[in-house]
Design a protein around this ligand. Structure first.
Ligand code: FPP
Length: 243
């Protein structure tokens, strides 16, 4: 995955920013009589591969939902296994990002994570900050409503400190307080495994996004399936409220 896009990019519009809800790891494992964690392990491999495929298909920004604010309610074993996977993923990505030129940014409230994981995240963000390849956002302990509340609080604090005035607030200024500040809104949101909901993922940012739902389970998702989603996007007529 280098800076240059490949010839695979066709004339059809390619979404600049794709957001993915990677669902179905548990069902994938169950179908194979494997523990749920085996599905997450395979899911994290697919997430790694999809970064490369996305960039080769001409996508500039990719945002994935790795762990939601609601996922803490899962059994402790599963939460621990997911955290272990994320820990490994962040550590491995420190090396990988220098090879594949990817810029990684974690969104969500990371303050609730273990200290060593926070350290890995910070290090990864730091070492990859000036990379010019795929802009990759990983949502960890992310909840869209939580993000909006944190943004509102940060703005209120700036008002209280005399840095801002309430009447200054616009959509653009408010967005600058979000975890995804500076990142264009997603053009396409993909959810795997057949569920038709957005589950508190980027509610502000997805307001005009095209949605693509597929029955394919996340661990089975691949470049061909991503291409299908891009083709679907290319066939949509985006009017943004116009005619
Ligand atoms: C949904 O599957 C998936 C998640 C809870 C989070 C996604 C996590 C990964 C792909 C692995 C970790 C990611 C990285 C980047 C290291 P589910 O368990 O809800 O599946 P089910 O609905 O079939 O039970």
């Amino acid at each position: 995955m280098k800076d240059k896009k490949t010839e695979e990019t066709s004339n059809k519009p390619v979404p600049r920013h794709v957001a993915i809800i990677m669902d179905g790891n548990g069902r994938w494992a169950k179908k194979r009589l494997l523990p749920r964690n085996a599905g997450h392990v395979q899911g994290s491999r697919v997430a790694e591969q999809i970064c490369e495929d996305a960039f080769n298909l001409g996508i500039e920004y990719l945002t994935i939902y790795a762990f939601s604010t609601e996922n803490w309610a899962r059994p402790k074993d599963e939460v621990d296994a997911l955290m272990k996977l994320l820990r490994k993923y962040m550590k491995d990505s420190i090396q990988r990002s220098s090879k594949n030129n990817m810029r990684v940014h974690v969104i969500g409230d990371i303050s609730a994570l273990d200290e060593d994981l926070i350290e890995s995240i910070k290090k990864l963000e730091e070492v990859s900050a000036s990379n010019t390849g795929l802009k990759f956002q990983v949502a960890i302990n992310y909840g869209g409503r939580d993000e909006i509340v944190r943004a509102a609080r940060a703005f209120a604090e700036d008002v209280a400190a005399g840095k801002r005035k309430p009447e200054e607030l616009s959509e653009a200024l408010f967005y600058s307080y979000f975890d995804t500040a500076g990142i264009p809104y997603p053009d396409l949101m993909i959810r795997t495994s057949g569920e038709l909901r957005t589950s508190n993922f980027l509610p502000w940012q997805l307001a005009y996004t095209e949605f693509y739902f597929t029955d394919v389970l996340w661990p089975d998702f691949n470049k061909k399936e991503l291409q299908k989603a891009i083709d679907y996007y290319g066939s949509r007529d985006r009017r943004f409220g116009g005619v």
